[in-house]
Design a protein around this ligand. Structure first.
Ligand SMILES: [Zn+2]
Length: 261
């Protein structure tokens, strides 16, 4: 576990115990905004304690980029704070809590929900969260213009492959989200997992997804079978290591569900 100082107002907690999952703290001046909790509430507690001290600020709130367990299991360390999530968060959250039998979160109710976007903080120190879908249907990202920082959630993962094999992963929504980021003034990207990166990474992922999307549509129109597309010479290759075959499994799922009629 590492605490990394990203900028004047932003720190991350990166946990090597689970695919370098990142949680974030932004000092908005009026309060601290924590984003995601990581997978370990003791680590989250340490991170929180340090952030209150570093920024000399007791007031804090929490938001979550999406309802995957690696981003909310540390929630226990933040239960005394206001928790604000998108209105698509609670259904997958309850499903996960139920399937994993996490009793401590069964009665969790967020303080507030938002439908498409929300602004945290006030002028000068404001940070916007926007619901886009992509990695999951409830995936959101944060943008902090004062320091040109994007908090990407799992719609950007570095040092390993993208992960688009959830039942609600959506390639079209990914592409739309990545395109919208190209219009923002961004210098630093905090990925859901992996090390800090820069906007060139967005372009590389976007190019890959657009090529993949075009290829899969053509393949479907030509009635190719999954085993044929996986060894096809025109299948685009991803540029990061993929030891767990997330890309192949994701492609198989997208192709099965693809409808070009
Ligand atoms: Zn994740």
């Amino acid at each position: 576990m590492k605490f990394i100082n990203v900028s004047e107002s932003v720190w991350i907690c990166q946990d090597s115990q689970y695919y370098l999952v990142n949680s974030v703290c932004v000092n908005l001046g009026s309060e601290l905004l924590f984003v995601d909790t990581g997978i370990n509430s003791l680590v989250a507690q340490k991170f929180r304690k340090k952030m209150h001290k570093v920024f000399n600020q007791e007031k804090a709130i929490l938001t979550l980029t999406h309802a995957n367990n690696d981003h909310f299991i540390g929630l226990e360390a933040f239960m005394d704070l206001p928790v604000i999530v998108s209105d698509k968060f609670m259904l997958p959250f309850h499903n996960r809590v139920k399937s994993m039998e996490i009793k401590k979160f069964k009665s969790f109710v967020p303080t507030k929900t938002y439908s498409s976007s929300i602004i945290f903080g006030s002028e000068g120190g404001s940070l916007t969260f926007t619901l886009t879908g992509g990695h999951t249907d409830d995936s959101c990202y944060g943008y902090y213009p004062a320091e040109k920082i994007l908090i990407a959630g799992d719609n950007i993962i570095t040092d390993m492959s993208q992960f688009f094999l959830h039942p609600d992963s959506n390639l079209q929504k990914y592409i739309k989200c990545l395109k919208s980021w190209k219009k923002l003034d961004i210098e630093t990207i905090i990925p859901g997992h992996g090390n800090i990166t820069n906007p060139a990474h967005i372009s590389k992922v976007l190019t890959y997804f657009e090529r993949l999307n075009d290829f899969l549509i053509q393949a479907k129109k030509s009635d190719l079978q999954i085993h044929e597309i996986l060894k096809h010479k025109d299948l685009p290759k991803y540029f990061e290591p993929d030891p767990n075959n997330w890309i192949r499994k994701g492609i198989e799922q997208i192709y099965r569900n693809l409808n070009v009629s």
